[in-house]
Design a protein around this ligand. Structure first.
Ligand SMILES: Nc1ncnc2c1ncn2[C@@H]1O[C@H](COP(=O)(O)OP(=O)(O)O)[C@@H](O)[C@H]1O
Ligand SMILES: [Mg+2]
Length: 257
């Protein structure tokens, strides 16, 4: 199994949309995919129609002592090959406990270890804050995908995110390849085009050469969780992005063929 963290310290850059679209692409190629919602706002969980109340069993339970395993927490979805571990609002309180409970930063990695042969991919939808949950995702991930809105402010967020990833990589002593996906691109605006150029100048071959365009069909995440494959310019762009991401890793590319 390969774990991909989809992260950016900025909100509203397309993390959840990216997680869903990449997961759908992997599942439609026949892979077994586990989605883990690490965001207390639970957008991914809501997209699958899981109600917030009463809080569903899910990600938070991984952090208790002797809690249920990931296999127990993974729920089926309408999409073949795609399972979801739901997020609960209580995840927000974990950050405080993190300071007092040593080892909590590795809880997710440990849980994933037990489902190594059950899934081909685990996609980790991160919250927009650098706290215990994101640290868990970065510690567990084999690669990092950073969706980045193509506007000048978002570029600062990207630099912060990549610095954080570098720090985590140093402490865990295992490489974590990092890839940038330009999202929410509007080619009619000058700032959009300039930001995209800047991304390519600054990060070169770490940036997917395309960009996910603004597409109203991606605006409602519910539309991305039904049995039928999403269609439209945005969904097509994500299919190309996935192909590129897989091509960055020879073995993963063969698996997807
Ligand atoms: N390419 C796109 N075109 C139009 N709307 C988009 C696109 N990508 C994301 N959105 C919408 O923008 C908002 C933020 O996206 P989301 O994936 O939730 O970001 P994040 O998880 O980073 O907060 C959501 O309402 C989402 O549906
Ligand atoms: Mg999100």
């Amino acid at each position: 199994m390969q774990a991909w963290a989809i992260a950016n310290q900025k909100g509203g850059v397309g993390k959840t949309t990216t997680t869903l679209c990449l997961a759908r692409g992997l599942a439609s190629a026949g892979h077994r995919v586990l989605l883990i919602d690490l965001d207390p706002h639970a957008s991914l969980t809501r997209a699958f129609g899981v109600p917030a109340m009463p809080p569903p069993a899910g990600t938070h339970d991984l952090f208790g002592s002797d809690g249920p395993s990931l296999s127990t927490l993974a729920r089926s979805t309408d999409v073949d090959g795609l399972k979801l571990v739901a997020a609960q609002p209580a995840l927000a309180t974990l950050e405080r406990r993190g300071a007092t409970q040593p080892g909590l930063g590795l809880a997710l990695g440990r849980a994933l270890h037990f489902v190594q042969s059950t899934y081909d991919y685990a996609l980790l939808d991160c919250p927009p804050t650098l706290g215990l949950l994101m640290v868990n995702a970065l510690a567990a991930a084999d690669r990092l995908v950073v969706p980045t809105q193509t506007d000048p402010l978002a570029l600062h967020g990207l630099a912060d995110m990549l610095r954080t990833a570098e720090m985590v990589e140093r402490s865990r002593r295992r490489p974590m390849p990092r890839y940038v996906l330009p999202t929410l691109f509007d080619r009619r605006t000058r700032t959009g085009v300039q930001s995209l150029d800047l991304l390519h100048d600054r990060y070169e071959d770490r940036v997917w050469p395309g960009a996910v365009p603004m597409d109203t069909r991606l605006r409602d995440a519910h539309g991305l969780t039904s049995a039928e494959m999403p269609t439209g310019r945005g969904a097509d762009a994500y299919r190309r992005a996935l192909k590129w991401l897989l091509a960055q890793d020879g073995s993963a590319q063969q698996q997807a063929a």
